[in-house]
Design a protein around this ligand. Structure first.
Ligand code: ATP
Ligand code: MG
Length: 203
């Protein structure tokens, strides 16, 4: 199965990763996570991407498409993947259509007012987990590492990121609707409850 989870920043795409992996064996392919890893390791690609990310802009299509092509060709991905944060532009979607057959696209719909609260209160771990500050007792993730706040998870960065979503990524909703692949789900709720809905629509 090849699945895309589409949604604005903070809509809960990555939070579905452990569930989708456990239930369907899907590998989590998140371009944002791959880019942040490159930035942390100060690779040439990471240094190039950082400037865009720090300004709430998208990293150029050629860069992310190359990353996706690399990852998808790995043996592990044969079991199935779900794309998180990719595609994000029409051009990325068109290129993806040339390399894999997407089965379904789940769009997690959430009000921007909710997204603002979620993103500014979000803490992330290098292992991929995230948690909202209201649920954190200390800053320790269950993997043992320490939660941190992403540089782009600040109030001033939310606006440009949501604007980028509206102008560049939202057109994909129509793109996949026309392909008959789009399933819209209300993303305002508990992660586990939303996964139950996802299971229903996938079965
Ligand atoms: P979320 O808050 O749900 O994690 P997000 O969109 O804010 O979603 P990421 O998906 O982690 O966060 O992406 C972080 C940044 O990395 C984006 O703002 C963008 O600059 C860059 N990026 C990630 N994926 C892509 C992509 N497919 N195309 C272009 N830029 C990307
Ligand atoms: Mg994410």
């Amino acid at each position: 199965m090849k699945l895309i989870i589409l949604g604005a920043p903070g809509s809960g795409k990555g939070s579905q990763a452990p569930h989708l992996n456990r239930e369907y064996g899907l590998v989590h392919l998140a371009t944002g996570d791959i880019l942040r890893k490159n930035i942390k390791e100060e690779t040439p690609l990471g240094l190039e991407a950082k400037e865009f990310i720090d300004n709430g802009k998208l990293v150029p299509d050629e860069i992310v498409i190359k990353l996706v092509e690399q990852r998808i060709s790995e043996k592990e991905c044969e079991k199935g993947v779900f794309f998180d944060g990719f595609p994000r532009t029409l051009s990325q979607a068109e290129q993806l259509d040339k390399i894999v057959k997407i089965d379904k696209v789940i769009y997690l719909e959430v009000d921007f007012s909710i997204l603002l609260k979620r993103i500014t209160g979000r803490r992330s771990c290098v292992c991929g987990r995230t948690e909202h500050i209201k649920r954190l007792k200390d800053n320790k993730c269950e993997c043992g590492k320490t939660y941190y706040q992403r540089d782009d998870d600040t109030e001033e960065m939310v606006k440009p990121r949501l604007e980028t979503f509206l102008s560049q990524t939202a057109p994909l909703i129509d793109y996949y609707k026309k392909q008959g692949k789009l399933i819209t789900i209300n993303g305002d709720g508990e992660v586990g409850d939303i996964f139950e809905v996802i299971k229903e629509v996938l079965n």
